[in-house]
Design a protein around this ligand. Structure first.
Ligand SMILES: Nc1ncnc2c1ncn2[C@@H]1O[C@H](COP(=O)(O)OP(=O)(O)O)[C@@H](O)[C@H]1O
Ligand SMILES: [Mg+2]
Length: 290
């Protein structure tokens, strides 16, 4: 994972990156890319490409298939390296810190820039199952061929877009930069709501969460995966995270997602803090159907 290959990151040469980008280019139209295509896309001679592919293959950045007609594809690690390289050149990151959370749809790390901590979220959406791919079909459009990397990239793009639209109005982490399947964002203090025991005034926190849902709704956005795991709580801060599956309020399923979001939160506070709210009433008040 990130930690392992990052040690190799410094040893990568410019032409290694060209070869990796060549494989990436080839993957726009097929799953496995023949060496001659990588040569065309990278502008490097075939024997040079073969040598480089062997090298980056040894680092786990590409996978190889076939005997006579050898073909290659980028691994997630290879894709990580390409995105990180862009962040390094943009000055968004200068060193990597520890792991903050590895779920099935993302790996989250802390990183440093000029001594300041930021968060790097590597999307992994294509990794899971066909069901998840179908779920994200929405944003796949009409493209005939898509790799799992492309799915992760679209998810990151969406998450960045929504964070960018909401930040400043709704309590979300500040987005810093986006490339491929990687987002850099503000590092939050505190921890997930699910791992906190709210001692004073949980009711007040619940009201804030409803307010944030309403503010997002008024800006035309529904989170779509809201739960105690996607709310970050610190001493005097609360933020809603994890936005790749968000939809516009005009989306045909937006209302169902909104209802589900409200229900998840309402249920959680009822179970853990015995606060009773009627989700239907909250839904009406958020959507102004009073
Ligand atoms: N900006 C952030 N600051 C601090 N921790 C974060 C931040 N973003 C995510 N995390 C941590 O990483 C975990 C996974 O991130 P999340 O965006 O929820 O992705 P997913 O649930 O899809 O894996 C979160 O539950 C949280 O603990
Ligand atoms: Mg999450």
């Amino acid at each position: 994972m990130v930690d392992r290959f990052i040690r190799e990151f410094g040893s990568l040469e410019k032409d290694d990156f060209r070869v990796l980008r060549g494989v990436e280019e080839g993957m726009k139209t097929r799953d496995w890319v023949p060496v001659r295509d990588v040569s065309v896309f990278s502008g490097l001679p075939v024997d040079e490409v073969e040598f480089r592919l062997g090298r980056v293959g040894g680092l786990g950045l590409v996978e190889r298939r076939g005997m006579d007609r050898v073909r290659f594809r980028l691994s997630y690690n290879g894709y990580d390296v390409l995105a990180l390289n862009v962040f390094v050149s943009r000055g968004v990151v200068d060193s990597l810190g520890g792991e903050l959370g590895v779920g099935k749809e993302a790996e989250v790390y802390s990183a440093l820039i000029d001594g300041e901590e930021v968060v790097l979220k590597f999307h992994r959406e294509g990794k899971v199952s066909f069901r998840d791919i179908r779920r994200s079909r929405d944003y796949l459009g009409d493209r005939e061929h898509y790799s799992k990397l492309y799915i992760a990239k679209l998810a990151a793009q969406r998450e960045y877009k929504y964070l960018d639209r909401l930040f400043g109005e709704v309590r979300v982490p500040e987005p810093i930069s986006w490339n491929r399947h990687l987002i850099a964002m503000e590092k939050l203090e505190g921890r997930e709501l699910s791992r906190v025991k709210l001692d004073n005034d949980p009711q007040f926190i619940l009201e804030i969460i409803y307010e944030e849902i309403e503010k997002a709704y008024d800006l035309g956005v529904v989170h779509g995966d809201l739960s105690e795991f996607n709310i970050h709580i610190a001493e005097d801060d609360l933020r809603i995270i994890d936005w790749p599956q968000a939809v516009q309020t005009t989306h045909p399923e937006a209302d169902n997602y909104l209802k589900r979001d409200i229900k998840n939160i309402t249920k959680y506070f009822e179970k853990k803090y015995q606060i009773k709210k009627d989700p239907e009433e909250i839904y009406k008040s958020i959507t102004n159907q009073k």
